[in-house]
Design a protein around this ligand. Sequence first.
Ligand code: CO
Length: 470
Amino acid sequence: MAKKIQITETVLRDAHQSLIATRMPIEDMLPILPKLDEVGFYSLECWGGATFDACIRFLNEDPWERLRIIRKNCPKTKLQMLFRGQNMLGYRHYADDVLEYFVQRSVANGIDVIRIFDALNDIKNLKTAISAAKVAKKENPNVEAQVAMSYTTGPVFTTQYYADYAKRIEDAGADSICIKDMAALLTPYYTAELVEAIEKAVKIPVQIHTHYTSGLASMCLLKGIEAGADRIDTAMSPLANGTSHAPTESMVAALQGTEYDTGIDLVKLSEIREYFMGLREKYIKSGLLDPKMLATDAKALIYQVPGGMLSNLLKQLKDAGKSDKLTEVLEEVPRVRKDAGYPPLVTPTSQIVGTQAVFNVILGERYKMCNGQFKDLVAGKYGTTPVPIDPKFRKKIIGDQKPVECRPADLIEPELEKLRAEIPQWIEQEEDVLTYAQFPEVAPKFFKARRDKKIGINPDADIKNKVHPV
Ligand code: CO
């Protein structure tokens, strides 16, 4: 029986998040959106993840307006976002009222598929997001609550662990499941074993998300498809490979004429490739895209840390004048991870564990200093860790403070109205309160720049000498 494999195209989100620090502005997307909409992709991943932060922090772009523009230019294809469960797109846990409103506004502005994950694979942290998506589905039948399992390795992370977690995800009401291999740790034959076990455990569609870092992604996807996966994530070739994904054209070509044929036309893809090739050249010329990012590097398999985390560690060490300590830090990361209950390394746990490993190495004494986030992780404020934390270690880090055992968001009072009351002067649209909720420091600066632009104040103007550059 023929089974059409569906493709999620990531060029508008994860591909540029992985290669150029999420700096693709809407102007670079706009000319090609109508063509992307004609291909017949299952979905276009274009929002969430780091795009929101990058929009307001670096690009001076309203992320909500970006979403509306993409929706208007891609009326046929499902639009997809990446969503960090109870952390939404920020770095802390939010009250349920804020999360529910965020999901509602995301759908109202054009999102169909919400890919929800939790850094600790704690199902408690996914509940509200799944039910909020279900509520939105009543308005828009295209809405899909997809839950992604953060894939990692370690003593508890057996095939059985993922099969059991998949079952719990299905029972929680998810419409589909994604294996989210953010650190490019999957290998082809293991992918087959994993997909087969998950397919046995659940009836909902299974999607694979992996990165090309160690050069294995397309093989993993192929073995996963043969084992029963329904959907794969790929990226248009000019922004594929390296720390990004397997090239869309190659995967479509590999499956063409087989029982897994995607039905996608390679000629259409080649026109789109031409456009993105121009962007690739532009980004290389401007220095935004470092060709090193496009090279294959199996280091990820050795150190088991995501690419973004590796460059963060290196930057932290450089800033401290200790670049020579990278190997020691990379050896310390698994030890910190073990102490902290084996969290998968993905935002925000990758930053928390990485920073602690840096402290432990450069201060010459383990846990001499801990930042608040590490204490919160150990105190259970991010949820239940995959392995229970040793009570002795916990006491050393948080003293006699009582660890959180319930769902962390149950301890947060409703906060939407309070947040709204903090920024009446900046609200131009309903969604602004959600932008502010997630980035309370950056959002006001963005709101001010947006207003200045509207009333014609040039930020480069020399106010004192009344000179406006032309
Ligand atoms: Co990714």
